[in-house]
Design a protein around this ligand. Structure first.
Ligand code: SF4
Ligand code: SF4
Length: 145
């Protein structure tokens, strides 16, 4: 795979939900079709018999927020705009946290460690093999995988 898929923090951008093209194509299409159908009015009508449809505006808000998650790779400026890891990597002049001696216990990585339980395992693999050669050794991305 392309080494640009290796983010500064050591996650693989191809494994992130915000990189899932199928998901965002479906979400875009669903929002468009619901709008064309005026499903909001249909939901109001359905809510007279099925109260769950009163939550349709909440569903639309969540759908909109899902669409906002779509991003390009970390190396191309995607990811979290408030991320403290990427500027730190740049400031240190390293290619990523796998090259940083301060990685053990780094507080900037702790939030990521909480959701990406294999982050340090993967960072070790990147350090061994390089950012373009570690992908077949990576372990589960999210803590629920
Ligand atoms: S923006 Fe930050 S948290 Fe997101 S992938 Fe890049 S370094 Fe990791
Ligand atoms: S200090 Fe932390 S965030 Fe910064 S480069 Fe080192 S490991 Fe990464």
């Amino acid at each position: 795979m392309d080494k640009n898929l290796t983010a500064c923090c050591g996650i693989c951008c191809a494994d992130c939900i915000p990189s899932n093209r199928e998901l965002f194509d479906l979400a875009d299409r669903l929002e468009k079709v619901l709008g064309e159908l005026r499903f909001d009015l249909y939901a109001e009508y359905k809510a007279e018999r099925i109260p769950d449809f009163k939550d349709y505006p909440v569903f639309l808000t969540v759908l909109h927020q899902i669409r906002q998650l779509h991003c390009s790779t970390c190396q191309q400026g995607g990811g979290n705009a408030q991320c403290e890891v990427r500027p730190c990597v740049r400031a240190k002049g390293v290619n990523g946290c796998w090259e940083c001696a301060e990685r053990p216990g780094c507080p900037r990585l702790d939030r990521l460690r909480a959701v990406h339980r294999n982050l340090d395992y993967n960072l070790d693999r990147i350090a061994e093999r390089g950012p373009g050669q570690w992908f077949d050794k990576r372990k589960g991305h999210y803590r629920w995988q």
